[in-house]
Each structure stands twice: as C-alpha cells, then as structure tokens.
Design a protein around this ligand. Structure first.
Ligand code: ASP
Length: 299
C-alpha cells in the first residue's frame, strides 16, 4: 500500500526582522515545492530532503550556504547533516569552507563508508567526489558582511539572545513510508573558527528512523546538544505521541531549560509537527490530500 507523502522545511527560529520575513517565507515555500515535486514523482524522502535543503542553502535569505553568518575571521564556515530513516545511515560535515552547500557534501558522506567529516579533510573529500569548490568570498552576502563589520568580528556572550539563527532544514516521508531529515547552517554569527553547534550532530540537530520520526531542529546549538533534542522528539513519536503534540512537548522541554529554538517533525504515516518558542519561525509544509501548503512567518 502506498503511504501518504508529507514534507516540512524550516528556515530558522529567531527574531526574524520584519523586512526579511517575506523572503524567509517565500524561500521556504520554494524549497518545499522542490522537495514536494520530487516526492510526488516517486523520489525517496532522502532525495527530496537533500534537494529542499540545497534550495534553501542557495536562496541567500538564510543563515546557511550562501548568505551564512560569518565566523570571527569573516569567513563562511558550514555544518550540515542528512539522515535516512530506512537505512539508519547518516552523513555529516562540520567546519567546512569553500563549498556552497553543506548538505550536498553530507549526502556524499552518507553514501560513503563514513559518517562525519570535518574541516579541510571534508573539503578535500567533497572535491574528490565531484563537488565544485568555490571562492569563499562568493559565499559572503552584503548583509552578513555589514553585521560582521558592525560587531568588529566579535561574538558577544549573549549572541543567542540577539537570536540571529536562520539555520535551515527539512523532513519528509515518501510513498514507501520512509522518512529522512536534513539540517544545514553557517552556525552562530561571529563564532570562533572551528565552533560546531547541534546542526550536523545526529540526535541533536537531526534524526530519522522509520520506526519513530524524522526531525530537524534550529536554535541555540550549545544548549540543544545536551538535550539530544531531535532524538528526544523522535522518541516521543515512537512512544505513541502524535507529531504535533510531540513538537509541542519538545518545545515545553526547551522552555523548562530556558532555551530558544524550533523543530519540524514528520512520521511515516504522513503526519507533521511544527513548534517553536522564538518570536518567529520560517517554515512551509504540506501533507498528501491537501492541495495547499501552510507557511510562516506571517507578515
Ligand atoms: N543551531 C544552530 C547552531 O547552533 C543555529 C541555528 O539554528 O540557527 O549552529
């Protein structure tokens, strides 16, 4: 029996400046359409998630891929991860420069014998596997250069309260009832070179298991890692909680710990959950049988 397809994408949960909200919403809708088209044509959730996250990375509006926040040296340094809920294979990369899409490198890692590659080695791996390296300057957006210059390249201790955090991610279930999750980010603004947050870490920034759910998260990485937040949310679905209730409960857990963030969930029955405790979250989602999508932030 064919399963019901479903997909959700996000473009970060934080205080999205009013003039940037439409671009965030539109970027999410476009990425959803890319992934949805693939799912409808019978592609795997893994392919759909990779394509949707890559679209978000190339959009320029988000803090992932092109347009990412700059590290203390004024350079874009990316993290990302992709997980397949049927094979339970994962591919992640961290601290990579000279590539426009961390998720594409993560896919190559997933298809290899490795699970996590970092830094220069990951860049070399990307090149060996046919991905194009780019001039790092081509990844720097005028918006992020301005922010970096205004802060003199220094990260304040309270950066997470400023809440610039437009990490991107996607979750999907395909016709075969297989789920997948992907997350990609440029990390926190003005981060020290080599800093890695939750986004590429299995169980923290992403998780996918056909028996439970696919989850992609966004938020204050240093605080989300100890919560193993993505796996915690997936396990709630595994325990019989419906995905939206699981997303709400996962955010309640954040509230209790005074952490800010958001997450998207898809299970193999084609049910979705989306929740956040920041002022806005950029997202778009659609389930089989509805001709329409839902998207935010409004206004
Ligand atoms: N979680 C990301 C990180 O800590 C930031 C974000 O979600 O915006 O690198």
């Amino acid at each position: 029996m064919e399963s019901r397809i479903a997909m959700a994408v996000h473009g970060g949960a934080y205080v999205i400046p009013e003039p940037e909200r439409k671009a965030h919403r539109d970027g999410c809708i476009q990425a959803l359409q890319v992934g949805w088209g693939l799912l409808e044509a019978g592609a795997s959730s893994l392919d759909a998630v990779e394509a949707a996250v890559a679209a978000l990375e190339l959009d320029g509006a988000f803090g992932a891929g092109v347009g990412s926040a700059l590290n203390e040296e004024g350079v874009v340094e990316l993290d990302g991860g992709l997980m397949d809920g049927s094979s339970m294979q994962v591919g992640s990369v961290a601290g990579i420069q000279q590539v426009a899409s961390a998720i594409k490198v993560a896919r190559k890692v997933l298809d290899s014998q490795y699970a996590l590659l970092v830094g220069d080695g990951a860049v070399r791996f990307a090149e060996r596997n046919g991905l194009q390296l780019v001039d790092p300057r081509s990844l720097v957006s005028p918006r992020e250069l301005r922010r970096w210059q205004e802060s003199h390249g220094r990260q304040s201790e309270t950066w997470h309260r400023e809440m610039f955090g437009d990490t991107v991610g996607a979750v999907a279930v395909d016709r075969n009832g297989c789920v997948a999750a992907g997350t990609a980010t440029g990390g926190s603004p003005r981060k020290p070179k080599g800093r890695v947050g939750d986004s590429p870490l299995v169980g923290c920034g992403l998780y996918a298991d056909n028996r439970t759910a696919a989850v992609s998260t966004t938020g204050h990485g240093e605080r989300l890692i100890p919560l193993v937040w993505a796996k915690t949310a997936a396990d709630m679905v595994g325990a019989g909680i419906e995905p939206q209730a699981a997303a709400d409960a996962a955010v309640e857990l954040l509230e209790r710990e005074r952490v800010r963030g958001g997450l998207i969930i898809a299970d193999r029955l084609g049910r979705l959950g989306i929740a956040w405790n920041t002022p806005q979250m950029a997202f778009a989602c659609r389930v089989a049988g509805s001709s329409d999508f839902r998207a935010g932030p409004e206004g």
